[in-house]
Design a protein around this ligand. Structure first.
Ligand code: ADP
Ligand code: ASP
Ligand code: MG
Length: 418
């Protein structure tokens, strides 16, 4: 017998028929003798709909009330799944974030889980019940509802798995694993049997939204075994233990599993950044600190940065990227600090896309970046900025060229499925 956390995303929970199918998948795991806790998302599109209501209420809505509104989508699906399970003859009980509770900090709309009281869950599971937990939601120390940021149910699932010391956390979604790139963009994308925590963390943070970034860092820290697999399976499909999904593994495990790894594991695209250019910034020590200090204080995450040679010897242009959602605040901060920074002109461009190639193989092989630059140049795709880490190279390009760039790179690194 194993203790398993099963998580079902929005598409898997969208409507009665799909929830019924999820209930059957859960029932099968329980019937196989496992202890099961299930974490669910809201129905696909529901969270967007609720976010929209908040925006319509007020452009400057209270994030604490936003959480009350958007957390409701998961309340509905957790109750419905418990009902469907009961209809199949399974004992099942829902446990809302506040009932366990799942303790978080008070950063409304992007709260972090601090701890989970798992006593009630463990008692329920020991009594043969399936525990159904709405993802995405938690509770502050002063009993206000929080949510964990978009895509946060993945993090709820991993956190529950860590709290109840589950043998495995199975993330069921609308694709049957992690692919070399988004299979909805590149038909030739290949499914990966295994991905390391580090690679998955980099892929998620640069735009592969198949797992929320935080869920991967938590799984890595807490040593949770995570598997990504499809909920769109036939009634007679093999049990999850033998389903061909993607397993997230450690570096050491991977070495034993996969000797013939490709140099590049995956490619991701992110259209959510915007480019900011400051021209004629004084070229002297401390100048860039006057730009990035105030942005950091305003909690704005700057990603790629390049300092160009300016027109005169005495000044320079500085280009960087910020999340598009923070662009207006970025402009306001820079304008407020114009006198201290001393730039001539501020211009912005939201029509950019960050394309990243990720792979642990990069550590021991040279030439990954040059292959990328050449492949893009051959197709006339202009690179506007570059950044690298030990296992990743990212470039900034015009967002119109996103799909083309991903396809070209997928071929250039030999990742196309036969
Ligand atoms: P869920 O609602 O189940 O949480 P998401 O929409 O959050 O599902 O994540 C699944 C989606 O992630 C897929 O439909 C796919 O389009 C996208 N995706 C992006 N990159 C990848 C990748 N490398 N491998 C698999 N799916 C990816
Ligand atoms: N329902 C939430 C969202 O759409 C959380 C999740 O699905 O993971 O972001
Ligand atoms: Mg998701």
């Amino acid at each position: 017998m194993a203790r398993i956390v099963m998580k079902f995303g929005g598409t898997s929970m969208a409507g009665t028929e799909r929830i019924r199918r999820v209930a059957r998948i859960v029932q099968r795991q329980q019937a196989a003798g496992h202890e099961v806790a299930v974490v669910v998302s809201a129905m696909a599109g529901e969270t967007d709909r609720l976010v929209n209501f908040c925006r319509e209420a007020s452009a400057l809505y209270d994030p604490a009330e936003y959480d009350v509104v958007v957390a409701s989508g998961e309340q509905v699906t957790s109750g419905l799944l418990a009902m469907h399970l009961q209809a199949l003859g399974c004992k099942a009980r829902s446990w809302l974030g506040w009932q366990l509770p799942i303790h978080t900090d008070d950063a409304h709309s992007k709260a972090r889980i601090e701890s989970i009281d798992s006593d009630a869950l463990l008692a329920s599971m020991a009594a043969g019940e399936v525990a159904v937990i709405p993802g995405f939601q938690g509770l502050t120390a002063d009993n206000r509802i929080t949510t964990l940021g978009r895509g946060g149910s993945d993090t709820s699932a991993v956190a529950v798995a860590a709290a109840i010391k589950a043998d495995r956390c199975d993330i069921y979604t609308d694709v049957d694993g992690v692919y070399t790139t988004d299979p909805r963009i590149v038909a030739k994308a290949k499914k990966l049997k295994n991905v390391t925590y580090e690679e998955m963390l980099e892929l998620a943070s640069v735009g592969s939204k198949v797992l929320q970034t935080r869920s991967v860092s938590l799984a890595m820290k807490e040593n949770v075994r995570v598997q990504v697999l499809s909920s769109f399976i036939d009634e007679d499909a093999p049990a999850a233990d033998t389903l061909p999904g993607t397993m997230i593994v450690s570096d050491e495990e991977l070495e034993g599993l996969d000797m013939e790894r490709q140099l590049i594991t995956g490619i991701a695209a992110d259209k959510n950044d915007a480019k900011v250019i400051l021209t004629a910034v004084p070229d002297r020590p401390g100048a860039v600190a006057t730009i990035f200090g105030p942005l950091a204080e305003a909690n704005i995450n700057v990603d790629m940065i390049i300092q160009n040679v300016g027109r005169a010897d005495t000044d320079t242009d500085v280009t960087f990227t910020v999340p598009q959602a923070d662009l207006d605040r970025t402009k306001a901060v820079l304008e407020a600090n114009r006198a201290t920074i001393g730039y001539e002109k501020l211009s912005t461009d939201p029509k950019v896309s960050k394309i990243s190639v990720v792979g642990v193989g990069m550590r021991s092989h040279a030439g990954v970046a040059s292959t990328m630059f050449k492949a893009l140049a051959d197709r006339g795709i202009n690179i506007q900025a570059i950044s690298t880490s030990e296992i990743k190279v990212s470039v900034l390009i015009d967002s119109d060229e996103t799909e083309l760039a991903v396809r070209v790179l997928h071929t250039a690194y030999g990742l196309d499925a036969a």
